[in-house]
Each structure stands twice: as C-alpha cells, then as structure tokens.
Design a protein around this ligand. Structure first.
Ligand code: HEM
Length: 506
C-alpha cells in the first residue's frame, strides 16, 4: 500500500510530465509558426494583400471555381498590384489595362521568364518546350517555331486553303445531325486540332477516329485539372502531394498519353524523312537536330522536339476551339446579332463560294463580333505565370527578384475605364460611328509583350474562317435559349458548360 503522501507526490509528477509534454508541443508549434512567419516576411514596400495564415497562406480563401473573378475583386480592395500567397508560393497579381501593359510591355524584359514549377518540372523534365522554358533555349525554340510555321504556310494561302477545307468537313459533320440537338464541343475541338496537327504532324484525324477523340477528351480534362485546387496543392506542397492519391495523378497520366502520342508520330517521321521538303514541324525539327548536334544550349534534341510539339498541339487545340464554342453560345443567345452577321456574309460572300481572308476587311461587323466573342469569352483569364528576373518597381511597389507575377487578363478585358459596356456583349466596342472596324488596345486575349502568344495569327485566321463558314451554312439555336449558362467552367482555359445546339441549314 502506498501512503497518501506518496500518491499525491506521484500525481504531481504525472501532471508535471503531461504539462511538460504539452508545453513542448506548444513550443515546437510556436517555433514552426514563427519560422514560417519569418521565412515569409515581406520586404519593405512589398505590394499589400490579404492576411496570410501560417503554412497555407491564402489557400482557403481562394475561390477555385472562379479565381479570376475573386482576384479581380481583391484588386478593388488592395489596388492594381497586390500580393497573395498559396503555401510557400508568393505571387503578385497585376490588374487593369494600364498596369498589365506596364508589366508585360514597358517592363517586359524584367518579367519575361516563367517561374520554376514542380508540376512543370515533372511533365517537361527540365527546361524544355516553348511554353515553360526560359533563357536562350526558349528564345531559340520560340523563333524556330514561328519561322517554321511561317514557312509551312502561316499567313499564306496554303494554310488558308487547309482551314477552308477543314471547315467544309466540319459543315458536313454538323449536317449529319439533321437539325437535331447535339453537343458541339468535341467536333469543334477535332476540326480546330486538325489544323495544328497538319502543321506539326503533317496529317489530320477523321472525326470518327476513336483514339484521337479519346486524346482530345483527355486534353480537355487536363486543362480543367490544371486550374483545379489539386494542381495548386501540388505546386505548393509537392513533397507531400506526390505520395497522395488524387486527381493530380490523372493529370500526369494524361500528359504521359500526350507524350506517347507525339513520340509515335516522331518515330513515323524518322522513317520517312525527306531532307529536301520538310512539310511539317517535326520533319523541320529533325533536320535542325542534324545541323545543331553539338549545341545543347539551343535545345535541338529529341526530348525537346517532343515537348515543343506537345506545346504547339495543346496550345493550338483547346484555345481556338473554346473560343469558337463561346462564339456559338453567344450567337444562340443574341439571335439578332447572329442574323446581322449572316446578312453581312450573304452580302459580301453569298452562298456560292467559301469565305477567304480577303473578305475580312469587307466584313467589319463580323470582325467586331469575333473580337467581342474573344473579349467576353475571356478564355485565358489569368495569364500563365511570369517571374521577376531582377528587383523591379511596379506601381510604386517593390517586386523582388524571383517573385511570381500573374497578369490578370480578365481585369483588362473587363476594365471599366476602357470598355463602354464591359459586362454586355456589344460588338460596337470594335466599331466606329461609320461602322468601320477599330482596334482596341485593351483587347488582350493573346497577352502582350515578349511572350505574346505566337499562335495569334493562326488563331485569328481559324476563328474568322471557321466562324464565317459555320454561319454561312447554318442558323444556330438551342431549346435552352437565354437560360444557357454563361459562367463557364474554369481550368487553364475558361470553357462553356456543356450545351446542345440545333444547326438548321440555311
Ligand atoms: C484563341 C486562341 C488563343 C489564345 C486566346 C491564346 C492565348 C495565349 C496566351 C494568353 C498566352 C500566354 C502568353 C504570355 O505568357 O504572356 C499564350 C502563349 C502561347 N500560345 Fe497561344 N493562344 C491561342 C492560340 C494559340 C495557337 C493556335 C497556338 C499554336 C501555334 C498557340 C501557341 C502558344 C504558345 C507556344 C505559347 C507560349 C509562348 C511563350 O511562352 O513564349 N496559341 N497563348
């Protein structure tokens, strides 16, 4: 039997021990919180922003379904240049036409690079491709892609013919629906993708090719996943996320499938390489690889060929087809505008011949409508990330070297100081009093400055020819009518929610 004194002594010791343990835990926790606060402390004159929690930063306050709207709203509170943190990743957001132009154009040299990203590193296996690469390699490969696309017909009648030909396949396919409701997403994607596929791989894919359709569906899903919370979590906590199950793994699997598809195309090209007439981007690259065998800085190697082709294929497919998809949606909602476009088509082109780029200057209303579709469609609301390559002052704030910078293109396309009716579909934004087409500086869906989309010329040609040939042949409507959802679903691009249309032959 223990004496009461001994029991009392024991319980005091136990209390002390448990106290010691909780004090220790509290101490360790406090240590990590303080270390995190010190590590993430902002330098003097850093842009303001919402208060960030230890470790996670502002992760839980971001609205992942509409990040661009949420971030545009924050600019009303914190100004055109503000900061935001997810995990360890500090980002400065730049908003409004004037400040975005200042960052991307006037100070473009300081923000020309892309930041390191664990996800990009895993997919691209280093400084490869065009989209995410930096330095001499990026410069060289961007120039090579632009020159090759130009040599292959960009801006010339050969490419125009290929797009017009593809438009007639598309019309034929839509005609098969016989006016019954159908979802246009996949077929538009296939038609648009066939143009970049002809330039990169030298061939198109028929609309019944099941494995190509599966690839395109994976592409759409990958674009959505890249904008999801899972992707952000992977970027912020790669060491943890790489061990966890979740949709981020689906994203990596899709990229493996794209890579395998391109590698198979490359193998076919190697077997039939014609040095005299390259005919497509992969052949041109294979020839260039022989010329630059001993110059690793320029990136003419097989892995980089696959990654650059992947970039052209991805960037050249989803963006333009999503824009056309928005175009059909806006035409269904604004039937009066659809009729005015058709009246202009009938007037300038008629029904007997196919459209050509030479028609565009004579069709200012249609041109204005396509621009307004791109403005309201707002398909890349947040420009892909850039990084300050030196300490830079922007809007009076210090952006330290290495900070990620995101240009909010949504805030430019809807800038209330630039657009007369920013939230209304209004082709008059691009027309003067006499009905002539006018360019607007704040029309920036392709971004601006040194990393401006190199596919702009191609995309604009595709948008005009596909859009005009569709409205020349069909009138579009939907039983869902004005109830159609214009909110869109957000990924890397902003896509319309699925909808069904009727295409009535004209
Ligand atoms: C409506 C269609 C399109 C839109 C709205 C669009 C938009 C954009 C935007 C916003 C960027 C980011 C530029 C920056 O970081 O500042 C970009 C980059 C890029 N786009 Fe496009 N794009 C479109 C079509 C195309 C097409 C058809 C191609 C194929 C040739 C293409 C290839 C690329 C590439 C390779 C980049 C990376 C450029 C670089 O980092 O240097 N895009 N695009």
């Amino acid at each position: 039997m223990y004496s009461p004194a001994f029991s009392a002594y024991n319980s005091v010791v136990e209390t002390m021990a448990s106290l010691d343990l909780s004090v220790l835990v509290l101490f360790i926790l406090a240590f990590f919180v303080i270390a995190d606060i010190c590590k993430n402390a902002n330098p003097r004159n850093y842009p303001p922003g919402p208060v960030a929690l230890p470790f996670v930063g502002n992760l839980f306050s971001l609205d992942f379904s509409r990040p661009h709207s949420y971030l545009t709203k924050l600019s009303e509170v914190y100004g055109d240049v503000f900061s935001f943190r997810i995990g360890r990743d500090k980002t400065v957001y730049v908003n409004g036409f004037r400040m975005v132009k200042e960052a991307l154009v006037a100070q473009g040299e300081n923000f020309v690079d892309r930041p390191a990203s664990p996800m990009v590193h895993k997919i691209y296996k280093g400084n490869n491709g065009i989209f995410f690469s930096n330095g001499q390699m990026w410069k060289q490969q961007r120039r090579f892609a632009l020159t090759t696309l130009r040599n292959l017909g960009l801006g010339k009648s050969t490419l125009e013919k290929a797009i017009v030909q593809e438009s007639s396949y598309l019309q034929e396919e839509i005609g098969k629906e016989r006016g019954e409701p159908f979802d246009p997403a996949v077929i538009l994607n296939n038609a648009v993708s066939n143009i970049i596929c002809q330039l990169v791989f030298g061939r198109r894919f028929v609309y019944t090719d099941q494995s190509f359709q599966t690839l395109l569906q994976a592409l759409s899903e990958a674009m959505k996943l890249e904008g999801s919370m899972w992707a952000q979590l992977y970027e912020a906590f790669p060491a943890v996320m790489k061990h966890l199950p979740g949709p981020h793994n689906v994203l990596f699997r899709h990229y493996q499938a794209f890579e395998a598809f391109i590698r198979a195309e490359v193998e076919k090209h190697k077997q039939n390489l014609d040095h005299g007439s390259p005919g497509d981007y992969i052949n041109a690259f294979l020839i260039e690889m022989e010329n630059h065998k001993y110059d690793p800085v320029l990136g003419f190697d097989e892995l980089n060929m696959v990654m650059c082709s992947l970039d052209l294929f991805l960037a050249g497919t989803e963006t333009t087809s999503t824009s056309l998809h928005w175009g059909l949606l806006y035409m269904i909602i604004h039937t009066d505008i659809q009729e005015k476009v058709q009246a202009e088509i009938d007037d300038v082109i008629g029904h007997g011949r196919q459209p050509s780029m030479a028609d565009r200057p004579n069709m200012p209303y249609t041109d204005a409508v396509i621009h307004e579709i791109q403005r309201m469609g707002n398909i890349v609301p947040l420009n892909p990330p850039r990084m300050a390559n030196k300490d830079t002052t922007l809007g009076g704030f210090l952006i330290p070297k290495g900070t990620t910078l995101m240009a909010n293109l949504n805030s430019v396309l809807f800038d209330i100081t630039e657009w007369e009716t920013p939230y209304t579909f209004n082709p008059a934004h691009f027309l003067d009093r006499d009905g002539k087409f006018v360019r607007r500086e704040a029309f920036m869906p392709f971004s601006a400055g040194k990393r401006l989309c190199p596919g702009e010329g191609l995309a604009r040609m595709e948008l005009f020819l596909f859009f005009v040939s569709l409205l020349q042949k069909f009138s579009f409507s939907s039983s869902e009518g004005p109830e159609l959802d214009l909110d869109g679903q957000y990924g890397v691009t902003r896509m319309p929610h699925p909808f069904k249309i009727h295409a009535r032959p004209r």
